[in-house]
Design a protein around this ligand. Structure first.
Ligand code: CU
Length: 153
């Protein structure tokens, strides 16, 4: 008789524990979405804190514009203008590079822009000298653009 009473009260306690635990876990599921978005916010802050505040994606458009200017001016033999545009190209690259997280891609972008600047500054702006360098720059810019789009800004 005593044994069954003890057993019953144990079952009752277990039932209460389950109820409480059940309550707790249902609370957890309602809290979860908030936790997930908080984590995202922290991740975003951590990303932009190490970088300049501006969005590098519009800078890619400036970069493309500068490259087109260099090509146009080089073709027209406007050496001074082409040199100015090439300098602009390099300085825009330096603004974009801090947002990039791949060392190899940073180097490629810097090198491609630097090659164009050196070619223009040396005055050897004939199409054969420019064409492959412009093509390289365009390829690296494409890769850079998709790299930047994988991040939140
Ligand atoms: Cu960034």
């Amino acid at each position: 008789m005593k044994k069954s009473k003890v057993l019953f009260s144990m079952l009752a306690i277990i039932a209460v524990v389950f109820l409480v635990a059940g309550c707790g876990s249902s609370e957890k599921t309602t809290v979860q979405p908030t936790t997930a978005s908080q984590e995202q916010a922290i991740g975003h802050e951590g990303h932009s804190a190490a970088m300049p505040k501006e969005d590098p994606v519009p800078m890619m458009k400036d970069l493309d514009k500068s490259l087109q200017d260099v090509v146009k001016q080089a073709k027209a033999g406007q050496t001074m203008d082409a040199q100015k545009s090439a300098a602009q190209l390099v300085s825009t690259v330096e603004k974009i590079v801090p947002h990039m997280m791949e060392a190899n891609l940073k180097d490629s972008l810097r090198k491609a822009a630097g090659d164009i600047k050196n070619t223009v500054n040396s005055g050897k702006m004939d199409p054969s000298a420019m064409e492959s360098k412009v093509k390289t720059m365009q390829d690296v810019m494409k890769t850079t653009m998709s790299h930047l789009q994988t991040m939140q800004h």
